[in-house]
Design a protein around this ligand. Structure first.
Ligand code: BGC
Length: 772
């Protein structure tokens, strides 16, 4: 039996009660990687550099230029700017139409020719792999496995640092409750605890506990703050988040990341409560620095400083520079308002040299911690060395193993899955052999040439035992042509089982790619309906960057497995799970809506005065004509979509079954400084070895403000053989029950609590205790 650690809220550093604690926590986390004497040495090095630097050089450190945007005719000027110390770093150095291999040359200019020889910092969006593409972050979150995420980030860092990248714009730890929002694919789901734990794991994977090691990347938590709450799911749009909700739901993952030593933070494009994030002293000064004691640096999002003009917040570029710099944005990404205006703003008294020094110090601190002076150049010195690192067999295998843990089995009637090798399978659908699409969003360095798709993987899996009849039916996910239907139906009729692989192409999620209609695009639903008519057992694998509205396809398919966008190794990973070499173990990191009209829907919502139950309202199709106003019932529901998500947060099936029994609490009361053990027996009652994610939830029944109907407080993954049982025990401490009250104080309020050990957010064994 495999044993996994238990993850609880306190581990993620979520709940420090005193206002001074976060400051200590941030410093302590750095101390784990650096001794006090190393820290002192860094601080005095910063001071001596600052003493030598001109104002122009200082402002230069704040400039992050996008190499990918330069044209051949810009080369001379930008190289001269490096020589003069007017650039602090670049992003997208290998995403250029002019020179993709400039890391070494640019760095040499900075180190050997600029006045102070300060190395450049090279950053990039290394989001879910570099060349070995791992599942999209939302998929990785479905593993509920921090170790998997840590390992994926470690591999990405090893690959990216081979080319010279030492900073990644990840993890994205925005909470989102809106699957219409295209960037939900990049998130780790809807829950603050899960996002905190997995975000911290990603930070640890990128940074390791030795940031100056040549394979370490500085991580960047983004987007501070509230980006995931864009109105209506429209990217870049306004977010309105009451401060209490902000502090209890949206901010904890950032705080946890900082306590784990995360070195940088990126601002959000969106406005939060009417103020563009990039110009918010409340976020960057008050919360990040004063309350949390963050000592890394803050970078604006790409062009976000200038976007305060169309936001209607800055009058012009100079005003934008003043707003951003005064809000605490240390580094400006892409635009050059700091270069143009900061010196003038200083002359005019709108910004001070002391403020400038603080911003420069924040950046130099991270550069020094990264050991850029000792290791300024790409780690791989030759193409042969690079070859050894990039996409090596060990990395590809890790990507496959990771993908296998992200698949969420949503339905499996009559145990259609796993497939049997002797069967004839009709493999149908636009994503069964789509090497580009399976990689998902935010893939700069992955190449479809290296993707392994399902079609060849299935053929290899069944060998000469069975037959795979392939007919895509549709060429791509949005294809509306029914031209290919005939061949698909013909294949289905000849088969024992139909395996449909559909969903969304990569481009339908990610930045700027939100959807109002989250149904299967194109003619996929139509094709599925035709396939269902053949009467053949129908299994559906979905690849998408978000949960989709399934409508009647959920009834038509006997089995449904959500595979997100699984990355380079999608094919072999899927084949192994579909044929039962591994039982699926993924769990939803968000609530799966019935339809877009039900959004936002999330498990940790507040109770209402009229909570809906299965029998206190009438579904739309059952309401009689001209009935009396109140006859269908008045409760909080949608007549057509009901009151529950299609699948709850935490949900996922496997090829075995688990039984929960014997819930036990070590006491009926919990003291403010005590702890409570909550345990239950989990038994594998099925026929296969499988992994269960056991979840701990609580509900605070009465509070000074209304409290959520459930909150995740811990989880543990256990793998059990058939017939095997295990006692799973969680330790609950009072500080895990804290929240912000109406006065914005973080408090623990005595009273009655419900507690569950559960397989998902809607079921489980319930007990209760009193916090005193
Ligand atoms: C995105 C960021 C990203 C940055 C740099 C922006 O458009 O919002 O998440 O890190 O570009 O590529």
């Amino acid at each position: 039996m495999k044993k996994y650690p238990i993850y609880i809220a306190a581990m993620a550093g979520l709940l420090s009660l005193a206002a001074t604690l976060p400051l200590q926590a941030a410093n302590e986390s750095v101390a784990t990687t650096q001794s006090h004497s190393q820290q002192n040495a860094i601080e005095s090095r910063i001071q001596s550099l600052l003493a030598q630097m001109s104002v122009q050089e200082k402002i230069g450190q704040l400039a992050l230029r996008d190499w990918g945007t330069f044209k051949a005719e810009d080369m001379k000027d930008i190289k001269q700017a490096i020589r003069e110390g007017r650039v602090g770093g670049f992003l997208n150095v290998n995403f250029s139409s002019v020179d993709n291999n400039a890391f070494e040359e640019l760095q040499r200019l900075a180190v050997e020719e600029s006045p102070r020889g300060i190395p450049l910092l090279f950053g990039q969006d290394v989001i879910h792999g570099y060349e070995t593409i791992f599942p999209i972050p939302l998929g990785q979150a479905a593993s509920w496995n921090p170790e998997l995420i840590r390992n994926g980030a470690r591999i990405a860092a090893q690959e990216a640092s081979a080319d010279g990248i030492r900073w990644t714009f990840a993890p994205m730890i925005d909470i989102s409750r809106d699957p219409r929002w295209g960037r939900i694919a990049e998130t780790l789901g809807e829950d603050p605890l899960l996002t905190s734990i997995l975000g911290v794991a990603m930070v640890e994977g990128f940074q390791t506990d030795n940031l100056s090691g040549p394979t370490s990347l500085a991580a960047c938590g983004k987007h501070f703050a509230g980006y995931g709450a864009a109105e209506g799911g429209r990217d870049y749009n306004s977010a309105y988040i009451p401060e209490r909700l902000l502090r209890d739901i949206y901010l904890p993952p950032f705080k946890a990341g900082i306590d784990a030593g995360m070195q940088s933070i990126m601002s959000t494009y969106s406005s939060l409560n009417d103020v563009p994030g990039t110009g918010s002293p409340f976020l960057f000064k008050q919360i990040l620095r004063d309350e949390w004691g963050f000592d890394g640096f803050v970078v604006s999002d790409w062009n976000a400083v200038m976007e305060m003009i169309p936001h209607g917040y800055a009058r012009d570029a100079k005003h934008a520079a003043a707003l951003a710099a005064n809000a605490g944005i240390d580094m400006e990404m892409h635009t050059d308002t700091y270069e143009q205006f900061l010196a003038r703003l200083m002359d005019e008294g709108e910004f001070t040299e002391a403020q400038l020094d603080t911003a420069v110090a924040n950046i130099l601190r991270v550069k020094l911690r990264l050991g850029l002076w000792e290791n300024p150049y790409p780690r791989a010195k030759t193409p042969a060395e690079r070859e050894q690192i990039i996409r090596n067999d060990q990395f590809l295998n890790a990507a496959k193993e990771a993908a296998k843990e992200t698949f969420v089995l949503l339905k499996n009637d009559k145990q259609l899955l796993p497939l049997k090798k002797g069967q004839t399978v009709a493999l149908i659908g636009p994503l069964a052999d789509a090497p580009h699409e399976q990689m998902g969003t935010w893939v700069y360095n992955g190449n479809k040439e290296h993707s392994r798709t399902l079609l060849p993987a299935l053929r290899a899996m069944v060998g000469d035992k069975g037959k795979i009849l392939y007919a895509a039916g549709l060429e791509y996910s949005r294809d509306t042509s029914t031209r290919g239907f005939k061949a698909a139906i013909k294949a289905a009729k000849k088969a024992d089982v139909v395996l449909f692989v559909g969903g969304e192409e990569a481009i339908l999620s990610g930045e700027g790619h939100s959807r109002g209609d989250i149904r299967l695009p194109g003619a996929q639903a139509q094709l599925l309906a035709e396939l269902a008519k053949t009467g053949k057992p129908l299994a559906m694998v979905l690849m998408a960057g978000r949960p989709l509205q399934l409508d009647q396809t959920l009834e038509q398919a006997d089995a449904v497995m959500m595979a997100w966008h699984p990355g380079t190794m999608a094919g072999p990973a899927l084949a192994e799970v579909l044929y039962g070499e591994t039982s699926p173990s993924g769990r939803l990191p968000l609530s799966w809506p019935v339809g877009a009209g039900q959004i936002p829907i999330y498990y940790n919502h507040l109770p209402t005065g009229r909570p809906a139950t299965d029998d206190n309202y009438t579904r739309i199709e059952k309401i009689g004509r001209e009935v009396f106003q109140h006859q269908p019932g008045n409760s909080s529901n949608l007549l057509d979509y009901g009151h529950k998500p299609l699948f709850p947060f935490g949900y996922g099936l496997t090829y075995s079954e688990f039984h929960y029994s014997e819930l036990e609490l070590s006491d009926s009361t919990l003291d403010a400084d005590g702890q409570l053990h909550v345990s239950a027996t989990i038994t594998n009652t099925g026929k296969r070895t499988a992994t269960e994610t056991v979840q701990l939830y609580v509900r605070d029944l009465v509070g000074s403000v209304s409290r959520p109907v459930r909150e995740l407080k811990g989880f543990e993954r256990i793998t059990l053989a058939p017939g095997e049982s295990r006692r799973v025990s969680f330790t609950l401490k009072a500080n895990q029950l804290a929240f912000h009250n109406a006065q914005m104080q973080q408090v623990i309020e005595p009273g009655e609590f419900h507690v569950w050990i559960a397989p998902d957010a809607e079921s489980g064994l319930q007990g209760s205790f009193t916090l005193q």
